[in-house]
Design a protein around this ligand. Structure first.
Ligand SMILES: Nc1ncnc2c1ncn2[C@@H]1O[C@H](COP(=O)(O)OP(=O)(O)OP(=O)(O)O)[C@@H](O)[C@H]1O
Length: 438
């Protein structure tokens, strides 16, 4: 077979994929594209060969030299299909894409790579309303996990502080699953009165208890075929936990007042801001239930851990507040905002921006407006925005402040070299300053 006919047959293979796909040679040059790719990115106009990293990222050198994972690299090393998540430049803006790379060889044993690009639509790298928004490395790691676990049916446990986006993440897992067209039903476990737990979840028959004036469908039935999302699962009282365990183990339930069992078909996602392993130790949460619900745990990062996303998040929240006006933060307003600790995470950012929009003098939200919005914060105090003032008030020694700072850095970054880099000390000094076992 000639080179031209081999390329033609490869193009036919690319055209058989239902996502944009390209064929790349070992020098990162795109040598063939399918119709979906051409439709999405436009046909290659330049006579010069185009490099994949230039086309997808605007880089002048391969992705791994720009601090990103090169999809081709892993496939070349292993000789098998490999997957990575990237953010690509597209005519529609930046987009999260799951890339699957498979090595192939032509008749001269020259190596090529097929790259299939599956857009991840549950999240966005552009400021649009109603989606999980982000572009930072930390956020992309989260998207990668959601994208991988989504299509499976395993139980997912979302952990992380309040306001980090656990509910949005649960919806993204649902949207990435084969159950996406079926219901997504949220059970607010924290607000559920103990006496109503069973009837809310499993439903009840008319006359099953005083006040049950009609037969009512439960939330498990409402989620049939779809996803059941138990928010604040750590708030379920211990004696009710056994009922949940039975439901998960047997996939059957009994509406209150009924003797027959019913079959349940749902994918389970739970979320909590509580430390469940600690609750298990304190005998406040059943260990068997914990193991059942935590098959695939995903920790949502605090806003502090994805500071790079702040401008993008702020822009998308402003769009959500009022899509009809071009609301925008000035550069110094954004700088002031980025100094805030955000213990309430994205929800707190949203509240501050909502206040700033009310207080604004024009569609440009100034530093003064943001300062005013921050000062109206219900939990605002000078010590909250200035942790050093709090440390001074507690009469902490220099060594204690230093140790607290290093503890906080270590909590945010598991890589000690990175911690030493940020603290601008040597790795040896870092090890000397932290206690053994830290
Ligand atoms: N990645 C994100 N992009 C855009 N908005 C987000 C993102 N994550 C969270 N939000 C917004 O932040 C707010 C809080 O999110 P969410 O309710 O999902 O948090 P949570 O972790 O479930 O909080 P809690 O534990 O208090 O229930 C919501 O208004 C949500 O739309």
């Amino acid at each position: 077979m000639t080179d031209a006919s081999w390329l033609k047959s490869m193009t036919n293979i690319l055209d058989s994929y239902s996502d944009p796909a390209v064929l790349i040679d070992e020098n990162y040059t795109i040598v063939a594209t399918n119709q979906l790719y051409q439709h999405r990115f436009g046909e290659q106009q330049t006579p010069q060969p185009v490099k994949c990293y230039a086309m997808s990222h605007g880089y002048h050198r391969p992705c791994d030299q720009e601090g990103e994972t090169c999809p081709m690299h892993a496939a070349r090393e292993s000789g098998a299909t490999s997957s990575v998540l990237h953010i690509h430049n597209t005519p529609q803006g930046k987009e999260h894409v799951g890339i699957e790379t498979t090595p192939v060889t032509d008749e001269h044993e020259r190596r090529y790579f097929i790259e299939i690009m599956r857009p991840i639509r549950e999240v966005s790298a552009e400021p649009i309303a109603n989606k999980m928004i982000g572009r930072s490395k930390t956020f992309n790691q989260l998207v990668d996990l959601i994208h991988k676990v989504g299509p499976t049916d395993v139980n997912v446990l979302l952990t992380g502080a309040s306001g980090t986006g656990k509910e949005l993440a649960a919806q993204a897992v649902h949207k990435a699953s084969h159950r996406t067209r079926k219901p997504f039903v949220t059970v607010e476990c924290s607000g559920l009165p103990d006496s109503l737990f069973e009837s809310e979840l499993f439903g009840h028959l008319r006359g099953a208890f005083t006040g049950a004036t009609s037969t009512r469908k439960g939330l498990v039935e409402a989620a049939q075929g779809g996803t059941l999302f138990l928010d604040e699962v750590g708030d379920i009282p211990l004696h009710q936990q056994v009922k949940l365990l039975r439901l998960i183990e047997t996939r059957t339930y009994r509406p209150v007042g009924q003797t027959d069992l019913r079959e349940a078909d749902f994918r389970l996602i739970c979320a909590t801001h509580k430390n469940l392993p600690e609750m298990v130790e304190q005998k406040l949460f059943r260990e068997d239930l914990y193991h059942r619900i935590s098959t695939f745990p995903i920790r949502l990062p605090a806003l502090q851990e994805r500071r790079d996303d702040l401008p993008l998040l702020a822009a998308s929240i402003l769009l959500r507040i009022d899509a009809t006006r071009p609301l925008k933060l000035t550069d110094d307003a954004l700088a002031l905002l980025s100094e805030h600790p955000f213990s309430g995470n994205i929800r707190e950012l949203k509240n501050i921006l909502e206040r700033a929009v009310v207080l604004r003098e024009s569609n440009e939200l100034s530093k003064h407006t943001v300062a005013q919005a921050l000062s109206l914060s219900p939990t605002h105090s000078t010590t909250q925005t200035n942790p050093f003032l709090a440390a001074a008030q507690q009469r902490l020694s220099l060594a204690e402040v230093e140790s607290n700072y290093l503890d906080a850095l270590l909590a945010l970054h598991s890589d000690k070299t990175e911690v030493a880099d940020i603290a601008q000390c040597s790795l040896r000094t870092l090890y000397r300053k932290i206690k053994p076992g830290d």
